[in-house]
Design a protein around this ligand. Sequence first.
Ligand code: DO4
Ligand code: MG
Length: 287
Amino acid sequence: MRIAKIKLPEGEIRLAIVEDEQVRLLDLGQVENCRNLSDLVYSTDPRGLARFLIEREAEPLPHSAVTFLAPIDRQEVWAAGVTYKRSQVARMEESKSGASHYDKVYTAPRPELFFKATPSRVSGPGLPLRIRQDTIWSVPEPELALVISPSLKLVGYTIGNDMSARDIEGENPLYLPQAKLYNECCGLGPWILIPEGPLNRAETKIKIEISRKKAIVFQGETNVDQMARTFEDLISWLGKDNSFPHGAFMLTGTGIVPPDEFSLHAGDSVSITINGIGTLTNPIVQG
Ligand code: DO4
Ligand code: MG
């Protein structure tokens, strides 16, 4: 089941179940203690509760009639790094001084985890993602994002774009927070997938397409079972002496890195597709 936060044409913000062609509005007023997306997805049975909350007298709406918003409330957004071989190799190439750190972290028991964004720095579908002004080498990172409850349960998945300034990160690994965390640095959406059972990693593909003036300038594809770590391992490291009263999102790392001569430009459009979830598309801006 896919659950979205949407804006109706008259401006009202609602939750909805997303079907292939249409969305079905939910009426949260039918139960106590379910005021927002977090309450719904962190409930003991989000799929059952969402079905119960369907507003029966409201007509389903076509996707084109609503605006999909980033599926976030008050969560912190964290990210894991160097979880795919492709990321380890790319980081070692970009960072002359820090190459061995990336090599070691790929196989070390402790993963690389970093703070990625506050909700105000997150862009939902169709909203701009930013290239910093002090970079000449920036890329999107298409990542599967975990939706994690306050009790550290993995409750769902969405699509994340971990925008990164590779020149800043490559100059010195201590610059990583600046390479990663700034205004409009993180894409999330278009909605949350609450699966019936565990995700089939072997069948989950992540694809990216970057367009410039209507031409595709980069495309890539990977598979979630290329990831060297389990979701449970990443979540358990995130939760060590760390609490998340509003829950958290965790981007699980990139397995797709464009060739070194590629950098995003203002005006590009980035689309990330994960089968079973959907497609997250954002325009790129700078300045
Ligand atoms: O180590 C730098 C960041 C790595 C990262 O964001 C990734 O592998 O996705
Ligand atoms: Mg990343």
